[in-house]
Design a protein around this ligand. Structure first.
Ligand code: ZN
Length: 276
């Protein structure tokens, strides 16, 4: 599932490619009225909160895309050959890029496409008020939140720290991969209760949450699963995992074997010696 670094990578690339372009029409795998709704509207600004992408349009409406499990956006040119959409070589090389659900045709002759194998991604045209309502229901963005605010919301919560980091109502943008990586860097066991954290541990958690997410962003995200860059290539964080997907491999700090457990139904990786 794309997390904050993957979504932010997408947004940075989208700004370079699609700002000020106008929607011409939309192809959908299923019949929909997006083409009618978007036609002639210009992309004025692109923002992100947590895992949500917001295209601010000239009509003052907002095109809200949430990639969910396997969704990712691609930018290029597609041509219809019989029942199939074919694209340039780089995009076609990766099979994950072929599950097209939508293609947005832009005024510069290029297209923005959504590939989404599991089909959970959502695309909605919403008002500013609806965007505000949505943001009021989810937690703050981990790259934006100030230390004192993070400590305050953390002290209000109980439950396991890893599950809490992944709870989008608590903080918005962290999923299973980065939660394991952040807790490793912060030297905190994933199954610890949030209310058992000492001041020093909360400090380490706050700092490493930002450090790990920024590292993921600097490597253009994690392509362990379906995430790809706009041109179809993989990001780089999956090559740099500290603990995630590294069961029985040596801990990068103490060389003890990484342990895998299941916590809240999700595969969880940690060092049994280094994390307390
Ligand atoms: Zn270790």
């Amino acid at each position: 599932m794309p997390e904050l670094p993957e979504v932010e990578t997408t947004v940075l690339l989208l700004r370079k490619k699609t700002l000020n372009k106008v929607f011409v029409c939309v192809w959908g795998e299923k019949k929909n009225n997006l083409s009618k709704k978007l036609k002639g509207k210009r992309i004025e600004k692109i923002t992100r909160h947590g895992k949500g992408i917001f295209f601010h349009l000239s009509s003052k409406e907002i095109l809200f895309i949430h990639l969910r499990m396997t969704g990712h956006l691609l930018y290029g040119k597609w041509e219809r050959k019989g029942k199939e959409w074919l694209s340039e070589e780089k995009i076609m090389q990766h099979p994950k890029n072929g599950f097209l659900r939508y293609i947005f045709f832009l005024s510069n002759g290029k297209q923005l496409a959504l590939s989404d194998q599991r089909k959970f991604a959502t695309i909605n045209l919403i008002s500013r008020k609806e965007k505000e309502d949505y943001l009021s229901r989810i937690g703050p963005d981990p790259l934006e939140i100030k230390k004192e605010d993070f400590f305050r919301i953390l002290k209000e919560r109980r439950g396991r720290i890893k599950s809490l980091l992944m709870n989008q109502q608590f903080i918005s943008g962290i999923g299973n991969i980065y939660a394991s990586e952040i807790l490793f860097k912060a030297k905190i066991r994933p199954e610890r209760n949030a209310d058992s954290l000492k001041q020093k541990e909360m400090e380490r958690l706050y700092l490493n949450m930002k450090t790990i997410l920024r590292k993921g962003l600097s490597l253009q995200g994690d392509s362990t699963s379906d995430f790809r860059l706009l041109d179809g290539r993989k990001g780089g964080y999956q090559e740099k995992h500290l603990v995630y997907n590294r069961k029985n491999l040596p801990c990068p700090v103490c060389k003890k074997k990484i342990t895998k457990t299941i916590l809240g139904g999700r595969g969880t990786y940690f060092c049994p010696k280094f994390q307390k």
